[in-house]
Design a protein around this ligand. Structure first.
Ligand SMILES: [Zn+2]
Length: 487
């Protein structure tokens, strides 16, 4: 029984419901690949597959439209599989069950996969539409966007021929995206000497908790507290007043999250214990005062702990605390072309005691300007190297620099205004999209990204707003049928 069959636009929802039945977690796209190739065959459409499993299906131009510019439509085949703990679901075989709720489509207990199933469905509806008065359309379906973008990374520049591309993987109706940030990791590893702990000392556990955290791209400009920075400041300032030794430092978690918590164990003289606790209370008030309402739940706690087997040597302790103190975190530069867009940022993501008496410091850099990304990574490298750390950079992925004079942008803006009688917003995002990788290999490609409104992507609360799917479809059809003639 069809749940979505009565919704508009009918072809999109019909294909979307079919796609819900096809398991397609990242790196397990075999079934959706077969489905798409079968669809092409049934409809006598030319199709091909590359070595990593990306698919291209081509719709020839309508009669008389051969002189129009070719347009490439792009989505990704895979989805994120998240489910509620109490919901049984086998991601290799069970269908996603869509339901309609208050104007939105959502799934029962799992991610819906509208990211990017709605893009796939729109491409299929376009490919199927016999009456579409458009030039040649190339539909590109990539694999593995959600767990490493390996489809886009391995995409060959000659897999498609069009020089204009619409990516269908963004989640805010009314916004046309024209740029994204590239990213890379910079990781430092420091060694220290373990020093024995004398019996006459005492140990304290310190915890910085309750910070907001958030996405290291989308939310880096909001000024939230960084638990690694706050803990480090506490330890560094305390060590200027008291004789303390650091026995453990454990701050942050995911590389793409602003760190929310940090824990440390220090060793100090028993006589100083009370003074240190008092001093930490004062430090807490200073930090609370700095952040005010932005970090209402921030807590700094200190409690007596059992003596650890060793502490780090003084020389390296000073180096570590200085390195974390000068290591940049946050926005480095704002876009010179677009208002309110972060151009370059860095996230001090974590610092942790690790095996074999080492400390690992993980940082991530993002920028829509490739050279600026490498420059801030080098800045972080210098900080860590001065402290004697060994530093490595990940290869990373490239950004997509906004082009405000883009032809497809102007055409889409005009379509939007004509259809909905209002101007769309034009934005770039300070996070990664496959477009950066496509752009890197096809220099000069004219590209935008738009989609319907999706909320809660990558969570079991994922939902798509039905009325925005109608707008998405109307805009897409208008744009592909308005492509200008070839020069
Ligand atoms: Zn996506």
């Amino acid at each position: 029984m069809s749940v979505l069959g009565h919704l508009n636009p009918a072809p999109i929802w019909m294909y979307f419901e079919e796609i819900c039945n096809i398991p397609r977690l990242s790196k397990n796209e075999e079934k959706i690949r077969q489905y798409l190739l079968g669809f092409a065959e049934q409809n006598n459409l030319e199709s091909k597959e590359d070595e990593v499993g990306n698919i291209l299906i081509v719709k020839p131009s309508a009669p008389g439209m051969e002189n129009r510019k070719t347009i490439v439509l792009q989505s990704h085949m895979d989805m994120v599989g998240e489910k509620n703990a109490d919901h049984p679901h086998n991601w290799m075989s069970d269908p996603v069950v869509p339901v309609i709720k208050d104007g939105w489509v959502t799934a029962t207990g799992t991610t819906l996969g509208a990211d990017d199933g709605i893009g796939i469905a729109a491409q299929m509806a376009i490919l199927k539409d016999k009456d579409l008065r458009a030039g040649k359309i190339e539909c590109l379906f990539t694999v593995d966007e959600e767990s490493g973008m390996t489809g886009a990374i391995n995409l060959k520049s000659d897999f498609f021929t069009g020089k204009t591309l619409i990516n269908l993987d963004s989640e805010d109706e009314g916004i046309i995206f024209i740029g994204c940030a590239g990213g890379m990791d910079t990781v430092g590893t420091m060694k220290y000497k373990p020093m024995p702990v004398n019996d006459g000392l005492c140990a304290l556990d310190i915890a910085v908790t309750g910070l907001h955290g958030g996405h290291s791209g989308d939310e880096i400009h909001k000024g939230y507290g960084n638990s690694v920075k706050i803990m480090n400041r506490l330890l560094r300032n305390a060590s200027n007043q008291f004789e303390i030794s650091v026995a453990n430092f454990d701050g942050g978690n995911l590389r793409n999250a602003i760190p929310r918590e940090a824990f440390s164990t220090i060793v100090a003289s028993k006589i100083d214990r009370e003074q240190i606790e008092k001093w930490i209370d004062g430090f807490y008030l200073t930090i609370v005062d700095e952040f005010g309402d932005l970090e209402k739940d921030l807590k700094i706690s200190v409690k007596k702990a059992s003596l650890p087997p060793f502490v780090m040597d003084k020389e390296n302790q000073i180096k570590l605390l200085d390195a974390l103190n000068c290591c940049p975190h946050g926005v480095i530069a704002w876009s010179k072309e677009m208002d309110d867009l972060v151009e370059t940022s860095t996230n001090l993501a974590s610092a942790k005691f690790s095996d074999n008496h080492t400390i690992k410091i993980i940082t991530t850099q993002r920028s829509s300007v490739e050279s600026a990304k490498h420059d801030v990574a080098a800045m972080v490298e210098s900080c860590l190297k001065l402290a004697g750390a060994e530093v490595i950079h990940s290869e990373g992925y490239p950004g997509w620099k906004p082009n405000l004079t883009s032809e497809i942008l102007n055409l889409t803006r005009k379509s939007y205004l004509k259809l909905f009688h209002k101007e769309p917003l034009v934005r770039a995002i300070h996070a990664g999209l496959e477009c950066g990788l496509v752009f890197e290999k096809n220099k000069g490609i004219d590209m935008i990204s738009f989609g319907p409104t999706i909320r809660g992507a990558h969570t079991p609360e994922e939902m798509i707003e039905i009325k925005t799917a109608v707008m998405f479809w109307d805009l897409l059809v208008d744009v592909v049928t308005s492509m200008p003639e070839k020069l």
